[in-house]
Design a protein around this ligand. Structure first.
Ligand code: FES
Length: 154
């Protein structure tokens, strides 16, 4: 069930849209900030609040890759794999992070510290290869600098 605080935050979020449905992404991210991810129960509660079907909301949640439909680690590292980053060697950075933290794309480290996910262009092509950890964008990442970057996120 939505807590009073969550309900208040959702009511605040929908104020910015002509109808509640338009606030779907904001509502999902609001609850995700509180709960870490969007479970089926969370999805149902948000859909009821927005007065839309669970299926409609799920299609938004699935489409928008910053909404997590599975549990994630304490930090989420999004690795850009679009064209500029690919040309500039993002695969080598990915291989290094996988090796250092014993994790594959789409997985979470065994200590629950880090989830590694692919993402399309972060709009940082001039600083490729780029990645984002939680809300922080990092550019010009190399296999040599990746550990120093990730170590800031315990
Ligand atoms: S292609 Fe990676 S930031 Fe644009």
């Amino acid at each position: 069930m939505l807590s009073d605080t969550e309900r208040r935050e959702l009511e605040e979020a929908v104020k910015h849209y002509p109808d509640k449905r338009g606030a779907a992404i904001d509502a999902l991210l609001t609850i995700q900030r509180r709960r870490g991810w969007i479970s089926d129960d969370s999805l149902l509660e948000i859909a009821q609040f927005l007065e839309i079907t669970v299926e409609e909301l799920d299609s938004v949640a699935t489409f928008y890759n910053l909404v997590f439909r599975k549990p994630v680690g304490r930090h989420v590292a999004f690795m850009c794999d679009s064209i500029s980053c690919w040309i500039k060697g993002c695969e080598r950075v990915q291989e290094q992070i996988k090796k250092l933290y014993d994790v594959e794309l789409g997985q979470t480290t065994s200590d629950g510290r880090l989830t590694l996910l692919p993402i399309a262009c972060l709009g940082q092509c001039g600083r490729a290869p780029a990645m984002m950890i939680d809300q922080d964008v990092h550019g010009d990442v190399t296999p040599d600098t990746i550990e120093q970057i990730v170590e800031k996120y315990k």
